[in-house]
Design a protein around this ligand. Structure first.
Ligand SMILES: CSC[C@H]1O[C@@H](n2cnc3c(O)ncnc32)[C@H](O)[C@@H]1O
Ligand SMILES: [Zn+2]
Length: 424
């Protein structure tokens, strides 16, 4: 299979240089970027007036949580989780979670996300949905034992079961990740066992860390140290660890994360909505920490739109630092693409020969994106997910001219409404 994207404004290479060019995709890779590529591709897409962008990498989400969108807003994290979300999650069946994953997949495809790192439960069912949707999914079963040794064993067994089921699918696109929920919901025994299993099975780990001041206080009370120092002391950290949030990090925490090559997934929308705080982006970048971008779940954001998330990230850090030069458009665009791909160890996140064909084609023939003075600026400050016209993952077209080709959109929207009646 080959696809030729003709005559677009291509965001090329690691420096995101803008070139007017054609992009040839053969099998699942970008094989040529040049002017006037001739020769018969199986599919030719006219990208005139369009921007050919690397697809977005959502580095932290809970994809099925779109089912809870709007059901509990305007609350702090723990009240939101304990009083509203966890009681509803207790009612979710594997089938409901799968429908939630379909809904999340639809939203991601329609907003140009091509890869995401997820944490939820029944991830074997999420994997089925993602395989069908065509996205690249890194899926973690979120483990919570609350210090109960019986639960520790149960959670480890469930994670291993889900890992086995996902591996049976035998897809490069859908990968299992270990996902202990957070240092405040997981015992040291569980965290240590996850570390051992991840190394043994060569899997990534993702975990919520230092999201709120309350969490940092709780961990200090329980262990006498910060969450990051705790994780360092038990040998948990490594370049295969992706920490979600990292809002309340001190100087020592940042040095530890940098030393271990840990990635931090920044979630500005969720952090603002739950009033969790502002992550020290400038300090992390200065220390050389890889920082990606995520939306968190659609119940605390309240969508999965990475274009919108880029704008939130840029504006948040400018106002917080009272400095409009920080979190510039290119830095934020890199967080939403290349940095996320690097964290996951995939050759994606940029348009270049040899890279995975994970691409979003964005319609710039619209008033709010003209004149095309600065493509990256427009993507960060002026565009939103609805401007994405075509989404390609692994060399396969998932959405063409805003029609999702891999999923039945109407049926998924209906099923989501039906399910929410039972869990509301
Ligand atoms: C056990 S699966 C994952 C678990 O995480 C919950 N969750 C969603 N958003 C957040 C957040 O911002 N911080 C901590 N936990 C979060 C989700 O509801 C699931 O229970
Ligand atoms: Zn989260």
């Amino acid at each position: 299979m080959s696809i030729l994207l003709k005559n677009g404004h291509v965001i090329y290479g690691e420096d995101f240089e803008i070139v007017k060019a054609d992009v040839l995709i053969e099998e699942n890779r970008i094989t040529k970027v040049a002017r006037n590529i001739n020769g018969g591709a199986d599919t030719v897409i006219d990208a005139t007036g369009r921007v050919v962008s690397p697809g977005f990498v959502n580095l932290h989400t809970h994809s099925p949580m779109g089912l809870f969108r709007g059901l509990a807003d305007d609350l702090p994290l723990m009240e939101w989780l304990e009083k509203h979300i966890w009681p509803r999650e207790a009612k979710l069946t594997p089938e409901y979670v799968k429908v939630g994953a379909y809904l999340g997949a639809l939203e991601m495809i329609k907003t140009g996300t091509t890869t995401f790192l997820d944490m939820y439960f029944h991830m074997d069912r999420v994997a089925e949905a993602i395989l069908e949707a065509g996205l690249r999914g890194y899926l973690s079963y979120g483990m919570i034992d609350l210090g109960d040794p019986e639960k520790t064993e149960k959670e480890i067994n469930e994670a291993l079961r889900e890992m086995g089921e996902i591996e049976k699918l035998n897809s490069e696109r859908v990968q299992f990740v270990f996902g202990p929920h957070a240092p405040y919901t997981c015992s040291i025994a569980l965290l240590k066992e996850v570390r051992r299993l991840a190394s043994e099975n060569r899997k990534l780990i993702t975990i919520h860390v230092s999201e709120t001041m309350a969490e940092v206080g709780q961990i200090a009370e329980r262990y006498g140290k910060s969450p990051v120092v705790l994780l360092d002391d038990i040998g948990f950290l490594g370049s295969d660890v992706i920490v979600a949030h990292g809002v309340w990090l001190g100087g020592r925490d940042i040095q530890i994360l940098a030393r271990h090559g840990v990635t931090v997934a920044h979630n500005p929308g969720s952090n603002m909505k739950l009033a969790s705080g502002v992550m020290p982006l400038q300090k992390l970048l200065k220390a050389g920490v890889n920082v990606g971008l995520g939306t968190d779940g659609a119940a605390s954001n309240n969508n999965l739109d990475m274009l919108e998330e880029m704008k939130l990230a840029a504006l948040l850090h400018k106002v917080h630092n009272l400095d409009p030069t920080v979190a510039d458009a290119k830095t934020v665009f890199r967080m939403a693409t290349l940095n996320g791909a690097r964290a996951l160890g995939i050759k994606a996140g940029m348009i270049k020969e040899g890279y995975l064909a994970d691409i979003a084609v964005i319609n710039f023939s619209q008033p709010h994106l003209r004149p095309i003075n600065n493509v990256i600026s427009h993507l960060v400050y002026s565009a939103n997910g609805n401007d994405v016209e075509t989404t390609i993952v692994d060399g396969r077209i998932l959405m063409l001219d805003r029609e999702v080709l891999t999923l039945d959109e109407e049926r998924i929207l209906d099923e989501a409404e039906r399910i929410v009646e039972k869990i509301r």
